[in-house]
Write a protein that binds this ligand. Structure first.
Ligand code: PA5
Length: 446
């Protein structure tokens, strides 16, 4: 089985003919990706990444993960953007939601740092780590990003103070560029185990490199299944696959047609709270890839039914500039039957004997029909179940579709010049050496 895409409930807004009229353009964009002759072509390492991962690479990652698993009750994944979102998406989707409360848990708890500069967050993290055996996976492609560098400086000191410099070396792994950046220099000097992020794989496309695979393996998740799913989707969205059967091409063409028709916001929705961070990962992928040159669909995400009680009103009746892409799960992992109640004071006996998922599925169907009636086109991506294999498929599907979609939109989907603006201002405001001119200029604006 594979994940599937259903666009039927978008066809009242853009026609099938309109979408299929994009076939030649989509095929041209796929060819541009595969021939490597488009904008950002030095960042196409993700394209054949799943099928190029070797047994030796997987074994090296698993061995390193096992060392951390044997030594640590907590492993802190330090990173921001593409250097943590994929991990968090997989770990939250696949591990027990209450894992950290289980006394007999088999896997180290994965905590996160370096994805914000919240002083209270860092304080509370350090407090909780005080009496824990912990390790650190420090992830930064550039090796110079401020947020993770700052968090790592603190956590490294704390770990060295707790277990000594020598033992700390065995509990710290660095994932960074092969040659460049402060993290590379530091890791080489300290003698940490390192993994390389290939030059030609951008942060948001890096979940299937050691960036994601190592912490995901530490969390006890089968990374071979994740990679297998991605390999199968790599085949299913290959250049040889005709447009009508290529999920990634259809998704790219449909969302671009919707965009042209005035639907400027795409909301990725799920009905399973464990998928929340899949939405966060997806927002980075599409937001950073397409939001440039004054163009791009704004990617938003919601968790249903939770957010039907907050954002639901806006989605149903607000400005009609949105479309919705729902990630639907055919079979949840567990079965929960609603009990009968003699008194029936809550009036819910009509649901007794049914699975909770049956109620959830009716909420999903009811929402789809209501939103379509309310003028919101609806796309549906169905996963047979939430497993490493299907998440692997989903990751590659979204990556491939993103490359195609960005080219269809006419932008370079592989750069992110806009993320530098805040950094420049922050450094100027903090008087970073080398930013003297900027400091003067920005202070004049205050
Ligand atoms: O997509 C990107 O490249 C960025 O958002 C990065 O993922 C993020 O800035 C983290 O960068 P780095 O891994 O270099 O620390």
């Amino acid at each position: 089985k594979n994940i599937s895409l259903n666009i039927d409930k978008a066809l009242g807004f853009v026609s099938k003919e309109q979408i299929y009229a994009q076939e030649a353009k989509a095929n041209e964009c796929i060819a541009t990706l595969h021939n490597g002759n488009g904008a950002g072509n030095d960042f196409l390492g993700w394209l054949h990444l799943p099928s190029s991962i070797t047994e030796a690479e997987l074994a090296d990652i698993e061995n390193t993960a096992n060392i951390l698993r044997s030594k640590c009750e907590v492993v802190v994944a330090v990173g921001i953007g593409g250097s943590y979102l994929g991990t968090k998406a997989v770990v939250e989707a696949l591990n027990n939601s209450f894992d950290w409360l289980q006394a007999d848990r088999k896997n180290p708890v994965i905590l996160y740092a370096g994805h914000n500069i919240g002083e209270d967050y860092l304080y509370e993290l350090c407090e909780i780590l005080k009496d824990k055996q912990f390790g650190i996976i420090n992830i930064s492609k550039s090796g110079t990003t401020t947020e993770p560098a700052l968090a790592f400086r603190m956590l490294k000191k704390m770990l060295e103070d707790a277990v000594g410099k020598e033992e700390a070396k065995h509990r710290i792994v660095a994932i960074t560029d092969a040659k460049k950046g402060a993290l590379r220099t530091l890791a080489d000097q300290e003698g940490y185990k390192t993994f390389i992020i290939p030059d030609n794989v951008g942060g948001r496309f890096s979940v299937l490199t050691p960036v994601g695979l190592l912490p995901i393996a530490v969390a006890g998740i089968n990374i071979r299944e994740l990679v297998k799913g991605a390999v199968d989707m790599e085949k299913n969205t290959d250049i040889s696959i005709p447009f009508a059967q290529n999920l990634a091409a259809i998704y790219a063409a449909t969302r671009n047609e919707l965009y042209k028709s005035g639907k400027k916001v795409e909301i990725l929705a799920n009905f399973h709270p464990k998928l929340h961070y899949i939405g966060e990962w997806w927002k980075q992928l599409y937001g950073e890839s397409e939001g440039k040159n004054g163009k791009g669909i704004f990617p938003a995400s919601v968790d249903f039914t939770t957010d039907l009680h907050s954002m639901g009103q806006w989605i149903q009746e607000g400005e009609r500039i949105i479309f919705e892409t729902v990630i639907s799960i055919e079979n949840p992992d567990h079965k929960v039957i609603i009990p009968t109640d003699k008194e029936n004071l809550d009036g819910l006996n009509f649901l007794a004997g049914k699975r909770v998922d049956e109620v959830n599925k009716m909420a999903e169907l009811g929402t789809q029909l209501a939103h379509v009636d309310g003028g919101v086109p609806n796309l549906k991506i169905t996963l047979p179940e939430v497993s490493a294999y299907y998440i692997g498929q989903l990751f590659y599907f979204f990556e491939k579709a993103c490359g195609i979609s960005g080219y269809m939109l006419g932008v370079n989907p592989f750069d992110q010049p806009g993320v530098e603006a805040y950094k420049k201002n922050m450094f100027a405001l903090l008087n970073k050496p080398g930013y003297e001119k900027e400091s003067e200029a920005i202070k004049a604006k205050l």
